[in-house]
Design a protein around this ligand. Sequence first.
Ligand SMILES: [Zn+2]
Length: 84
Amino acid sequence: MEEWYLKKGSLAIKKYEKRTEIEAKQADEKIKHCLTCQRCFMTIILKGKRLGIEHFSNFPTYGKQKEECETCQIRRKLKNLNAK
Ligand SMILES: [Zn+2]
């Protein structure tokens, strides 16, 4: 019985490791560079649900897709509203 558990456990770990590997790869592709705040950011999506964005300071920006982050977009919109 114990052996069966161990077998199942290691299989689960392997599965988990593979999944995090894929997630890490996807994460790297999804990291974008915001030119407004000069930071890298990524949208955190968990099980298809958008949780928010995370900023990374001191993250290499080379080769990253350029896109304004949500924080800057909102900030800019607010600024425009206040300017009116
Ligand atoms: Zn930004």
